[in-house]
Write a new protein. Sequence first.
Length: 288
Amino acid sequence: MIKKLLSFIVMPLDFITKYFKAMVFLLIVIILIISVTPSSSSINTPNLAKIYLQGPIIDSEGIRTQINKILDTPSIKGVLLIINSPGGGVSASVEIGDMIAELKQKMPVIAYVEGVMASGSYYAGMYADKIYANRGALIGSIGVIFNGVNISELAKKLGIQEQVIAAGEYKQVGTFMRKWTPQERGFIEDLIQEEYNMFVSDVADTRGLDIKSSKEYAQGKVFSAKKALKLGLIDTIGTQNQAIEMLKNLSEVQNPVWLKKDKFEAYLDKIIKTSTQIMINTFAYTLK
């Protein structure tokens, strides 16, 4: 009985030992075949693409990469810009807006507000041919802000003393080691006002709004989709499917085939989307 039991255990192990290399080789071959075999969706030529503007806008490189991939695919006839961002840096937002405006000259671009289109993300997305937003979206926050702190009292308690050598009266503008001088504060106020005027002027020109009525839509307020529609900040309250239908009409595409992302890009997007949603929920809570 013991011999039979041992042989029952040893036989499979002996088989695995003898044919292990062959099994590994066969597994590698199967993986390679699966990876190079085109799926049914990849056989079709893509004719539409999605651009994702999600999370804080720190730089424009991510959007540039997405746009370049679209421009490198001549069969693409239209783009859906999906937005869920509280904004970010002025220069990066302006640059993205310029890229969307340039892309619009080549093909229709429909923006869809998935969650938040505020501040810099409004700047970036307002150049689309049409802006759709779901009825729970938050839109607006047209304004510019410069944050600063004064930790001089804390530094004094900790025994920290600042040592600075600077050339130029305004070289230390925005320092957090002391209170700003009246001249520095005035300089910052002028700079922010200049950026703000550019923002408001571009919104008015792009959306066809009266700049004289800018106090109604450009005082840093965040609006519901219903209010944003009334103010002219968006074109339609609707679903993403409705936005896609509009894109199909403008691009004259009957059967959409979306440009696919590779698995690594899709995985990164999933991580970004999750972290963005957490941040957006916090942002929305602070508005209450």
